[in-house]
Design a binder for this molecule. Sequence first.
Ligand code: LMR
Length: 337
Amino acid sequence: MNIRRSVLIGLLCLAASPLAFAADAGPVVIKFSHVVARDTPKGKAADMFAKLVNERAGGKLRVEVYPNSQLYKDGEEMNAIQMGSVQMLAPSLAKFGPLGVKEFELFDLPFIFDDYSALHRVTNGPLGATLFKKLEPKGIVGLAYWDNGFKDFSANKALRTPADFKGLKMRIQSSKVLDAQMRALGVIPQVMAFSEVYQALQTGVVDGTENPPSNFYTQKMHEVQKFVLQSHHGYLGYAVIINKQFWDGLTPDQRKLLTTAMDEATRYANAIAQKENADAMEAVKASGKTQIIVPTPAQRNELKKALVKVHKEMESRIGADLIKSVYKETGFDPNKL
Ligand code: LMR
């Protein structure tokens, strides 16, 4: 943990101590921690949520956003929200497995969503609500789903077909589905916190990774990756979550204020995500540092064939019925490739 983060955490612990409360019955503070840059779909939506709440709460509630793993990084933040050290997070849907809610990994299944509208039929429908219910026994309430976008693979060698991936080491998020996805390509997957990816790519600890362009560009991965394959092979988005005990302890008016602000921030997040990613990809191109490879339809289909078999493989982890329900919502047919 670096010194800046230790000092910040120390100050927050002090502020949360009963002594501090006795001395100052100021606003109820909601610490909202996340791991990406401010200048991303999630970063902007978190800031918008904080602005709306802080403007409307008349000094009674205050949302403080801590971006860029400043407070907690992957592997620490779920514990922090359960302990009440922070009140809110927006982890990617790929990061709920270690919490014991494996079903969220359905969002990582390669090629399961053709586009944002197929995805929204799941997040905005009964399946999205059912998944949120599974968080409550873990002491967490799900408030909203926020989009990022569709992931591309990157590496220091040109990637086009499954054969090009064989033997590479790639960083993944902590999802068993992503582990299986990489192994299906002959890749050696390595789970790593988001904040460590740039350095791992730079030093060659891993050869490549996957992310939507907004994360790729804002973490400067284009400086250390020579090629991006515009594969759009999987989705990356977020569940905005809050500590249940904290949520239950708020007044109905406070919860209403937060819910209204969250609805607005969610509409904003989901409206900007696509353009943020398109702009980031343009910026990567303009940097001249990374070559963008657009797969031919035949190449993309080859990749799809290699990866869709992961759905069957992951039935025992995610639940065959749940996967079938997603297919029903989205119209995806694994046998039609
Ligand atoms: C990652 O760890 O690759 C991303 O999920 C980070 C994020 O929150 O977008």
